[in-house]
Design a protein around this ligand. Structure first.
Ligand code: ZN
Length: 681
């Protein structure tokens, strides 16, 4: 057995000794932590005497903590410092980790112990967050089938296994179909309109395969610029048709899988005692049920539709009048939109970069949170991390309490995954012996510095930084005593509120004035650029919103109203649902369901609506800052006390009401997204 002291992955130091952790530490550390957890669990269930919160729930949390922590660090390193050795080590223990966690709800003795605590909760006066934690734990076990008969439990497990197999195949078919298409252009005339960066990529792609010309594919970095810029309409039609019909051809046809997945999900929901899969999936979310989520998206649809119709008419006019098309086709939309945008705003996003040098943006962000939320962020040098470029920051409150720290890993590397994310490494909070600081990280893939030029960000990248830092604050400002209910461990459709609300400051003149200065001349962002940037925010806002709503609606309709055992084909059903969202009724195409990976192989089943749900929350909550002042410290303090510090210690709807004094209202989002809406009151 490994001694905890020689394995840095099991160290309880804060910060974590990242400079000493090697791939060879992973397997022994995780096995040791698993063994300890199993031993602790056996002792817990065998311990005599009456069941209490302390000897059952608290003890379960405590015994899982070292394992959670070691697994979290190893999983994090796979994201940022991948290597064949690390991957092999992680893959070796991953099934053991998964089996251990999956086995918890199946542990009869543990389940009986939890029920015993629940039964005595009333008389023992268990209340507040402990009561909530117990109830949520019991619900998690129940949702995993803990109180089913042996036969039903077996069926539920079989369905889950089958679903994961089907989802995996669905994803593979989409990937194969995406990779299976190419458009090779050899006549330079066919490239008209394409920007230099897209041409370079296409030429390099062709050259790498030893073919002449330019190669375009259905992967986003190739497909999107092609649809936005290629002047050859016929080629856009080919690309668009291939894209929207992915995984509908022989050998990798996902259409039968759509029905199978929907049928298995419904059966699983019914075995577990729910009417349909949406009700099962949303029980623990803010929406609470499929019907509430559907009402929410349908209401936004009604309010957006008049603007959507105007925008489609505008695109039609431009296509016919300026571009001389016979009529607007689906493969014209992105192209026409781009032309119109350029003509109207003349804004090249690259033009903004010199005003957003990374260090200046960080200073601005930290100044904003100092003014608004009363926390001080300072950089600390010399803290070991997983790469020399990684920086380390500490967050203190006004009284000087160390609330938490975070690593910041800003630039791309070969062994780091793409995208941007925040992750928590240690969940602190109030403890009997004082406040234990939190530990988190934010990772991005920003444009790196080049030679003498510092890292210069686009406005999109600035928003990304604010977004991830919002998640980081949600983790680090948590004052919840139970780690499982702290920080970002909140409902899926609530978790983006703290992150998205931070993005709003990047659109405020007063906030930009704190940091948006030309990195060489120090000149503030010119009014001309600011106005154009602002105007592009609502450009085709209704069109984009209706597109997101159509995905949310078709997802919910398939998981509520659609009968997978009936005679109607899900693709035909989808086409009908999507019809009112198409540029023309006959342009609706349910075939896109065959490549809808968010819903059929990702985690968004019956949950696509959450994107808009969270936007309503953040736009609405920010409207209070707009009214009371975007730097108003009282409003900021209220946001900390009701949202950022509270984690999942109370119902999120309750927390939102505490901050706003009422339920969420979509008006603020409509003002933000739709042009010509009345200004904020
Ligand atoms: Zn986020």
């Amino acid at each position: 057995m490994t001694d905890r002291n020689d394995n840095p992955l099991l160290s309880l130091d804060h910060p974590i000794p990242f400079d000493r952790i090697r791939p060879e530490h992973v397997v022994p550390a995780i096995r040791h932590a698993l063994e300890e957890a199993r031993r602790g669990l056996a002792e817990l269930v065998e311990s005599p005497g009456p069941r209490t919160y302390e000897n059952t729930v608290q003890r379960l949390d405590d015994l899982l903590e070292p394992l959670d922590r070691a697994v979290g660090i190893a999983a994090h390193l796979v994201q940022v410092k991948d290597s064949p050795e690390l991957r092999a080590a992680y893959d070796e223990v991953n099934p053991e980790i998964a089996a251990f966690y999956a086995g918890l709800p199946a542990n009869e003795a543990l389940w009986r112990a939890l029920l015993a605590v629940t039964a005595s909760a009333e008389e023992s006066g268990l209340g507040g967050i402990r009561r909530r934690h117990l109830e949520k734990l019991v619900r998690t076990f129940r949702r995993a089938g803990a109180d089913l008969t042996a036969e039903a439990k077996e069926r539920a497990v079989a369905l889950q296994v089958e679903l994961s197999r089907l989802s995996q195949r669905f994803a593979e078919n989409v990937l194969d179909a995406t990779n299976g298409f190419e458009l090779v252009v050899t006549d330079p005339a066919d490239l008209a309109g394409l920007p230099e960066s897209a041409l370079e990529r296409a030429r390099a792609d062709a050259a790498a395969r030893g073919i002449e010309g330019w190669r375009f594919t259905l992967h986003a970095p190739s497909y999107i610029p092609f649809m936005e810029h290629a002047e050859r309409r016929e080629l856009r039609r080919q690309m668009h048709t291939a894209y929207t019909h992915r995984a509908t051809d022989e050998g990798r046809d996902n259409r039968p899988l759509v029905r199978e997945i929907l049928a298995r999900r419904r059966e699983l929901a019914r075995v577990l005692g729910y009417r349909d899969f949406a009700d099962y999936q949303l029980e623990d979310r803010m929406a609470g049920s499929g019907a509430v989520a559907l009402d929410f998206v349908r209401d936004l649809e009604r309010r957006t539709r008049p603007h959507f119709e105007l925008e489609v008419a505008e695109l039609e006019d431009y296509a016919r009048g300026t571009l001389g098309y016979d009529r607007l086709e689906p493969w014209d939309v992105a192209f026409v939109m781009e032309r119109l945008r350029k003509e109207r705003y003349e804004l090249d996003p690259e033009e903004l970069r010199p005003y957003f040098a990374l260090d200046a943006v960080l200073d601005g962000l930290f100044e904003i949170v100092r003014r608004v939320f009363g926390v001080r962020v300072t950089e600390r040098q010399g803290v070991p991390a997983w790469h020399p470029d990684v920086r380390f920051f500490e967050i203190h409150d006004q009284e000087g309490t160390h609330l938490g720290s975070f690593y910041a890993d800003f630039f791309p590397r070969e062994e780091k995954r793409g995208g941007a994310w925040m992750d928590d490494l240690i969940t602190g909070g109030p403890r009997p012996d004082g406040f234990a600081p939190h530990l988190a990280l934010i990772a991005c893939n920003f444009t790196p510095p080049q030679g003498e030029t510092p890292a210069l960000l686009t406005h999109d990248e600035v928003q990304t930084l604010f977004h991830e830092f919002g998640h980081c604050l949600h983790h680090c400002l948590s004052r919840v005593e139970i780690p499982a209910r702290a920080g970002t461990s909140v409902a899926w459709d609530f978790v983006e509120l703290p992150s998205q609300i931070l993005e709003n400051w990047t659109w405020q003149r007063e906030a930009l004035d704190l940091f948006a200065r030309h990195y060489r001349t120090g000149e503030p962002l010119p009014a001309r650029l600011f106005e154009r940037l602002h105007a592009t925010r609502t450009f085709m806002g209704a069109y984009q919103q209706m597109r997101q709503l159509s995905f949310g609606i078709v997802d919910l309709e398939l998981h509520t109203r659609f009968d997978p055992e009936g005679d109607i084909d899900p693709i035909a059903f989808g086409t009908e649902v999507l019809r009112p969202f198409a540029i023309r009724p006959d342009a609706a195409n349910g075939m896109t369901l065959a490549s809808f990976t968010h819903v059929f192989s990702g985690g968004y089943a019956a949950g696509y609506y959450s994107y808009k749900w969270a936007e309503v929350l953040d736009a609405d909550a920010f409207s209070r800052f707009e009214r009371e002042g975007v730097f108003n410290p009282q409003t900021g303090r209220a946001f900390v006390e009701t949202i950022l510090a509270r984690g999942d210690s109370a119902d999120p709807a309750e927390l939102f009401r505490e901050f706003m004094g009422r339920d969420p209202d979509p008006e603020a989002l409509l003002r933000r997204v739709l042009p010509g809406q009345p200004a904020a009151a």
